[in-house]
Ligand binder design. Structure first.
Ligand SMILES: [Zn+2]
Length: 231
């Protein structure tokens, strides 16, 4: 286990800089990770990642297979929000990229109540699954308070909402579902109010048109439209 921890710690500090170097060989004994340098991480598409480790003394490169979520844990922002094990690599990448965008938007708006939501959300273990093709919208099914939450999401959800012509962005819809996850984890049920409020915050930050309706029902504007929704 400490070896995996060493990989994660290394990825945090050195991983991206060292990726892309030559890999001379693969395969090898588990002991290869001892004192080795991670030079590449490649998702295998089955939830596992191939990690290449180089011995700095001999320059010999070994390959290890570890669960990708072990690698994802190197993320410091919402580290418990992870792609499902069967998600394709491009989905995991999109999830990380959109989480980065949410983090940047929150960092640029430190006074926003969204930061409280994100802080509390960091406690909740959330599995993000690719949305089944037959589904037209993302879903966060009910889960008991304090228990892991699973939700579906599509990283290509962009365009306009038919109900009100508001901007639809995959980054904002991710935050919408994560808000439902936060509600589940904390035993809250706010209907769509808080989820649309959080989604609208990001739409607002992205310069888009905020949502005023949910499935044909008008939402209280002073509670969901920013900047008023932040007061
Ligand atoms: Zn919702």
């Amino acid at each position: 286990m400490w070896r995996v921890t060493a990989v994660v710690l290394f990825l945090l500090t050195e991983g991206p800089r060292l990726q892309g170097q030559d890999v001379f060989s693969s395969g090898g004994a588990p002991a290869a990770m001892d004192g080795g340098i991670v030079i590449g991480v490649t998702p295998l598409g089955n939830g596992d990642c191939d990690v290449k480790i180089k011995n700095p003394r001999t320059h010999y490169v070994h390959s290890r297979t570890v669960p990708c979520d072990t690698v994802s844990r190197g993320r410091t922002f919402l580290p418990k929000v992870l792609p499902s094990r069967d998600a394709p690599p491009q989905f995991a990448k999109a999830l990380s990229a959109y989480l980065d965008s949410i983090q940047r938007a929150a960092a640029a708006d430190p006074g926003s109540p969204v930061n409280n939501l994100l802080k509390q959300l960091a406690e909740a273990p959330v599995t993000v699954q690719p949305r089944p093709p037959k589904d037209e919208s993302n879903v966060t099914p009910y889960s008991p308070p304090g228990k892991p939450v699973s939700l579906t999401w599509s990283p290509s959800d962009n365009g306009r909402y038919a109900a009100d012509g508001a901007s639809k962005s995959a980054c904002a819809t991710l935050l919408h579902e994560l808000t439902h996850a936060w509600e589940n984890y904390n035993g809250l049920d706010n209907g769509e109010l808080q989820a649309v409020r959080a989604e609208n915050w990001l739409i607002w930050k992205q310069g888009g048109t905020q949502r005023t309706r949910y499935n044909g029902n008008a939402l209280p504007r002073d509670q969901v439209i920013w900047p008023a929704a932040g007061r």
